[in-house]
Design a protein around this ligand. Structure first.
Ligand SMILES: Cc1cc2nc3c(=O)[nH]c(=O)nc-3n(C[C@H](O)[C@H](O)[C@H](O)COP(=O)(O)OP(=O)(O)OC[C@H]3O[C@@H](n4cnc5c(N)ncnc54)[C@H](O)[C@@H]3O)c2cc1C
Length: 459
């Protein structure tokens, strides 16, 4: 419980204007984009520097005050919700690009910069940071590092962790450490930098991030392929990967997701299982791969195979794909979406769709399924009326069943959204005895348990 003296001490560190206990500010930092119940912090603090973050943590640690970092607030598993109250460290005002090292293909940023804003600045140099989450217009680099986010381009370029060169991190007791190296490779010591990526703010606060970058491609080709049968689409995904094509994105939408995308984004796609596939490369290599893809899709019975011709058309289609989550939300007003994010070995991806659709029928629920097919990452949105306890319970049963099936076939509960609060019950099921090691690591970094408590591990 924060006292008046605590608030005064925090104000002495960051300044009067950068600490708030106003109801509106507390509410604005009480829930992310998940279905979970809101929980307000007792104070919101906006730090401006590593030194201020260090001083806040030193103070909070001495006083045993919970501290949860908050960036874009776009998580889907309750990752930043301050469930024990305490302080929200709102990191989104620390958003400067500190240095662009063009020759090293690196950029040094503060954590609060938004993914799209960073790439807009890099574009003039012909560079970009590729992971591309669907929430790219709000997700910050700090939030992406903490969740090890990825997205549509992970199939070719990898996930956030693959791009983090080094981090400046403030530990729970206020100690500032630098993790990783700006050299392209290193075998020096334990890889603590990678441990921090994906730790969801439970080990410390990142205040500076050095990212590796890649050059923008010379040419881009995009195809939309629709199928009468979902199996044809998932077989095409498998063969595309198996036969060595190198798509920069290969996304799948089931027919219902296409229907709401049409409704909300003003498209007129055939209401069938659909693949969106993108290639990056030279003009010649893109054309060659598009030709090969056409053969694969036609062999697997695609009903239509449509290459986009203009940049505008491409951008419009990708925007529509990115908005799938919101299209589902706006087509189901007043309803709750229980999100799933399982990822399975690519050979088992195809069987997940009939499993989910059968489950929806059995439990009399609406479940949308779509995702990053090239990685075997399936997103599900199960729709439930919260005021109907039976339906809400069935929605949770559906999510559990999807997770258990993914684990049975060698997959993971969280492809990219993290464990947060909503998926904690599955951590032990997935990792068994190694969860005890994870807990010990948490204890080393945060012995008093102040960093984003109530996340990743069951209470
Ligand atoms: C429509 C929609 C589409 C999405 N699509 C994708 C997708 O394609 N791929 C994907 O991976 N995710 C996706 N997400 C989930 C989410 O957007 C990402 O996980 C994103 O990276 C979260 O970033 P954020 O800035 O919003 O972080 P927040 O939600 O604010 O925080 C995320 C976590 O990071 C911690 N944190 C924040 N800043 C710091 C810091 N400086 N130091 C330490 N810890 C910190 C927080 O405590 C929290 O645990 C989507 C979400 C939505 C709503």
């Amino acid at each position: 419980m924060l006292t008046d003296k605590d608030i005064a001490s925090l104000r002495a560190i960051v300044g009067d204007d950068d600490v708030s206990v106003r109801q509106a500010d507390l509410e604005a930092h009480s829930v992310d984009e998940s279905w979970l119940d809101p929980h307000p912090p007792e104070a919101v603090v906006w730090p401006a520097s590593t030194e201020e973050v260090a001083a806040v943590l030193r103070y909070a640690n001495e006083r045993d005050l919970p501290v949860s970092a908050w960036s874009g607030g776009s998580s889907l598993e309750g990752n930043p919700i301050p469930v024990r109250g305490g302080v929200v460290l709102a990191m989104y005002r620390m958003k400067r690009v500190l240095e662009i090292r063009e020759q090293d293909l690196q950029v040094v940023v503060e954590p609060g910069i938004v993914y799209d804003d960073l790439n807009a600045q890099l574009r003039r140099l012909g560079l970009f940071f590729p992971p591309a989450p669907g929430s790219s217009d709000v997700a910050t680099i700090g939030g992406m590092v903490a969740n090890n986010a990825s997205g549509m381009r992970a199939v070719k370029y990898g996930v956030t962790r693959d791009y983090v060169q080094s981090l400046k991190v403030v530990l729970a007791d206020g100690t500032v450490v630098r993790l990783g190296s700006d050299a392209k490779k290193t075998t020096s010591g334990y890889d603590l930098k990678s441990l921090f990526v994906g730790s969801e703010g439970t080990l410390g606060i990142t205040t500076e991030i050095t990212l590796r970058l890649v050059g923008l491609p010379e040419a881009v080709g995009v195809v939309v392929a629709a199928y009468d049968e979902l199996e044809g689409a998932t077989n095409s995904v498998y063969e595309t990967v198996r036969y060595g094509l190198n798509p920069s994105a290969i996304e799948i939408l089931d027919a219902e997701t296409v229907r709401v995308t049409n409704e909300q984004q003003g498209l007129s796609l055939a209401i069938k299982p659909t693949l969106f596939v993108e290639f990056h490369g030279t003009e010649a290599s893109v054309q060659e791969q598009l030709g090969f893809l056409r053969e694969i899709c036609e062999d697997n019975g695609c009903a239509t195979f449509q290459e986009t011709v203009s940049d505008e058309e491409r951008e419009y289609l990708w925007k529509a794909r990115k908005e799938a989550h919101d299209s589902i939300k706006f087509s189901n007003p007043g309803k709750t979406m229980v999100s799933g994010d399982v990822c399975v070995p690519i050979s088992r991806f195809g069987e997940m769709f009939p499993f989910v659709h059968d489950l929806a029928r059995q439990l009399d629920l609406k479940i949308y399924a779509f995702g990053h097919a090239g990685d075997g990452n399936m997103h599900t949105e199960t729709i439930a009326d919260r005021s109907d306890p039976d339906e809400f319970a069935r929605a949770h049963r559906a999510t559990e069943a999807i997770v258990r099936r993914a684990l049975e076939v060698g997959g993971t509960v969280a492809g990219e959204h993290g464990i947060g609060r909503a998926k904690r019950e599955f951590l032990e099921e997935e990792h068994g005895a190694s969860v005890a090691l994870m807990r010990q690591i948490k204890q080393i970094f945060d012995p008093r348990g102040i960093m984003n408590p109530g996340k990743i591990f069951d209470d």
